[in-house]
Design a protein around this ligand. Structure first.
Ligand code: KE4
Length: 429
């Protein structure tokens, strides 16, 4: 039995400072019904907690750490830069160098701007899309998460065409009144919205591969369909690649599925574990941004040299020949292990991966939309989660998140995980 005495002590103290003891809700383990462990350090594929327990980490800081924790080249680059200054609030040589690396893999980003989180990128692209099209309405998809900006915290109204309703307290109805909600992988649900108010719709925003209600893979022609519908109605297509960028493929989902958006959101990987987001796209749209144009956006730490150099080092290492492919192969091996171990226990499991991102549901039917996710067996997942945690394998503490594999997982960490899966599925029955 794993003991977590020190973790409990620290978490009790944390709860006096932070709501739920955390600085981001999912970390509280509320969905899996236990207290979280407290991290002491991370190294490669592993996290160590303050009680000396070691876990294979499939959260990877929710996606950024494609090379694993504390990669030597990234640590050295940050240390060297820190000695030259952590933030200048002024132009410097590293900004364009990261932008050039990003643009090489994301050529649709003719121009871009760095921010400090995916949420900031989401706020900015919506304002930019509205400024460019001079339209108000926005289409998002149920189950997709684009950060916690008010305008994006909308849920579907009762009727198909009812305007968005606040998805959490504190969001004024007026702010989400122009946010329409469609169903992922259902082009008809998008066509209906455009038939009703296409000339007022500024943009469609989508996670091209959904990672925020578990993993949802786009059905053939879904993304191409969104591209065609938005082009036909003069609306912009925004791909939120904060999670999928460099993860599902080096060139992101837009490279993998061959769909060119008007605007893209990035985050996570481009900061290599430091706070970075980015948004970018067509030059004629981006040039509306201050100081060139009338759409305002700004940020004290945007493009700071520490985050830039962490991103440059991470992307440089990650794009070296064979690195991505080897990590994607390890991810496929993990998913095959999930299928095999579940079958031994006679459990129905839907498990998939796209590149180095994976997800699974305890479900007997394929999961293609948010609505499908709601019939998955969350209690079986929770039993699986805790048995695997006891075995030293840390999956996302929620049935409705994705998992992430790093280059550091190849070999020992994946082998150990596959070996332990039988314990998890035995407990899940
Ligand atoms: P941040 O503001 O958390 O940097 O990014 C928001 C965001 C935007 N778009 C996508 C597709 C995202 O996945 C995210 C953030 N992802 C969550 C994972 N479910 C971050 C984890 C958390 O909120 O603690």
């Amino acid at each position: 039995m794993v003991t977590r005495t020190r973790s409990h002590e620290i978490f009790s103290k944390a709860k006096t400072f932070f709501p739920g003891g955390v600085n981001s809700p999912v970390r509280a383990f509320k969905s899996v019904g236990s207290d979280p462990f407290i991290v002491e350090s991370g190294q490669g594929a592993y996290l160590m907690d303050v009680d000396g327990n070691r876990y294979v980490d499939y959260i990877n800081s929710w996606g950024p750490l494609v090379l694993g924790h504390a990669h030597p080249a990234v640590v050295e680059a940050i240390a060297c830069q820190a000695a030259r200054g952590t933030s200048y609030g002024a132009c410097h040589d590293l900004e364009w160098r990261l932008a050039e690396l990003v643009q090489t893999l994301f050529p649709s980003m003719e121009m871009m701007r760095f921010v400090n989180s995916g949420t900031e990128a989401g706020m900015a692209v919506i304002r930019l899309a509205r400024g460019y099209t001079k339209r108000q309405k926005l289409v998002k998809f149920e189950g997709c998460y684009h950060g916690h900006a008010d305008v994006l915290l909308a849920k579907a109204g009762s009727g198909v065409l009812t305007l968005g309703l606040p998805d959490c307290a504190g969001v004024p109805a007026a702010v989400v009144g122009d946010t329409l909600v469609a169903e992922y992988n259902n082009l008809e649900s998008v066509e209906r919205l455009f038939d009703a108010c296409g000339s007022d719709i500024a943009a469609v925003i989508v996670e091209p591969v959904v990672g925020n209600c578990g993993l949802l893979v786009p059905q053939p022609e879904f993304l191409a369909g969104l591209r065609a519908i938005t082009a036909r109605h003069g609306a912009l297509l925004i791909l939120d690649e904060v999670m999928t960028g460099f993860r599902v493929a080096l060139r992101g989902a837009q490279g993998l599925y061959g769909v060119t958006p008007d605007l893209t959101m990035l985050g996570k990987v481009i900061g290599g574990g430091l706070p970075v987001g980015a948004f970018g796209g067509r030059r004629d749209i981006m040039e509306l941004l201050a100081p060139l144009g009338p759409v305002y956006q700004a940020g004290t730490l945007s493009g700071n040299p520490l985050a830039m150099v962490a991103g440059i080092t991470t992307l440089t290492e990650w794009s070296k020949p064979g690195i991505f492919e080897a990590t994607a192969a390890a991810t496929s091996r993990l998913v095959q292990g999930l299928h095999d171990a579940a079958a031994v226990e006679g459990l129905s499991l839907q498990a998939e991966c796209v590149g180095t991102m994976f997800g699974f549901f305890f479900s007997s039917v394929p999961v293609r939309s948010y609505r499908d996710t709601q019939q998955a067996d969350k209690h079986a997942f929770n039993r699986f989660f805790h048995a695997m945690l006891e075995a030293g394998v840390y999956f996302a503490p929620s049935a409705f998140e994705a998992g992430f594999v790093s280059y550091a997982h190849i070999g020992e960490a994946i082998d150990y995980t596959v070996e332990m899966l039988a314990k998890g599925f035995h407990a899940a029955r």
